[in-house]
Design a protein around this ligand. Structure first.
Ligand code: UDP
Ligand code: MG
Length: 352
């Protein structure tokens, strides 16, 4: 592995936020302090920023982000026109940061993921890694329900042949090179934890402790977890289809045995109406057919969505404050109009 040149690189922290008004002021303070220390230690450049992605929050989250951006150019933010989900929020943040950053770290807004692990992420980056995965040490802070569903999820993913790292959520570092590669992926059904390992690249793992949520409650409802799990399996693996084929084969075999049994029974003169047998068979067949159709339908649905090639998210507005000194990218890479108000730049997207 080739070590990187020793110079402070520009880091962007990408923070997805959905109804996080309770925790955001604390999060902003903690992240800013951390970035200040990293800058003072010359581990990252002074152009580094914290980018909040407002995922269609219905509370004061976007107002808070706006306020923070006005106060300090270290903060910037973008806001979705509606709730697109965690995966889309981090992708949008990473893609927006790509033009400015040497590396991006995605981290949750609730301070559960230990921000002090950033130093070790940076060491791995300096060693030459393009991707660094944050993996939690244990699940002690999770309740019984979360722990069980997470274990079932990872078990199922492995069974289905998906290359996911157990206990790695979306706390990870991507270098500019990895971000450029990720931008080539055009799929709509996003499951970054499965997608990113398929890109290859030199990578490493950093273990961290998970803390209690600083404030507010989990934004991952059961419905959202189920969607993530279904997207994870169906966007990464075709093994469910193979399982249907196996199941179909087993049912056909079973039917043959039943046919032979019925014929022998008939030959020996046991000509009973056979009501129960036929009922069981037709029920079984009906059930299996519908179940199989359902799974195949899942894939057809995905193909349908992919062929439509809808945008994966729509950025409604973007806020940014130029630092006093001119940045190396400041002349050409901010893709929106400039307004003098508060020194803040904001553009509403016409498509939103
Ligand atoms: N999140 C998001 N969109 C959503 C749900 C969650 O951007 O639709 C963000 C949320 O604000 C947080 C991160 O995703 O920063 C992880 O969510 P949370 O901490 O609620 O999940 P948990 O830790 O309970 O799994
Ligand atoms: Mg959390």
């Amino acid at each position: 592995m080739e070590k990187r040149e020793k110079r402070p690189n520009t880091l962007y922290l990408v923070v997805p936020c959905y109804n996080e008004e309770e925790v955001l002021p604390k999060t902003a303070q903690v992240m800013q302090d951390k970035l200040d220390r990293l800058t003072a230690d010359r581990k990252v450049s002074s152009q580094s920023k914290i980018m909040f992605v407002n995922d269609g929050s219905r509370d004061a989250t976007w107002n808070l982000i706006h306020g923070l951006c006005g106060q300090n150019p270290v903060f910037c933010g973008l806001s979705f026109s509606r709730n697109y989900g965690h995966q889309s929020a981090i992708l949008a943040g990473m893609m927006a940061a790509r033009a400015h950053a040497d590396m991006v770290v995605t981290i949750d807004a609730d301070l559960q993921q230990d921000i002090e692990a950033l130093d070790r992420f940076l060491v791995c980056y300096q060693e030459g890694c393009e991707i660094v995965y944050g993996v939690r040490n244990d699940r002690n802070t999770d309740g019984f329900f979360k722990k069980t569903t997470a274990n079932i999820f990872y078990g199922l993913m492995h069974l289905m042949g998906c290359n996911v790292m157990s206990n790695h959520a979306d706390y990870r570092l991507l270098s500019k090179r990895a971000l450029d590669a990720l931008a080539e992926y055009q799929e709509v059904n996003l499951f970054l934890r499965g997608l990113i390992p398929t890109m290859g690249f030199q990578s490493d793992v950093v273990y961290f402790d998970v803390k209690e949520r600083e404030a507010g409650s989990s934004k991952y409802t059961f419905g959202k977890m189920l969607t993530l799990a279904t997207d994870g399996i169906t966007s990464m693996s075709t093994r469910p289809i193979q399982l249907i084929t196996c199941m179909g084969f087993a049912v056909v075999l079973f039917s043959f045995i039943m046919i032979i049994y019925c014929l022998v029974d008939w030959a020996f003169g046991n000509n009973i109406p056979g009501y129960t047998t036929s009922l069981i068979i037709s029920l079984l067949m009906g059930g299996l057919t519908i179940f199989s159709l359902g799974i195949v339908g899942e894939y057809v649905g995905k193909i349908y969505l992919e062929t439509k090639a809808r945008p994966r998210y729509i950025v409604e507005s973007f806020v940014w404050k130029e630092a006093k000194e001119k940045t190396k990218n400041s002349d050409n890479s901010v893709p929106f109009n400039r307004s003098g108000k508060d020194g803040l730049t904001e553009q509403k997207d016409e498509n939103a």
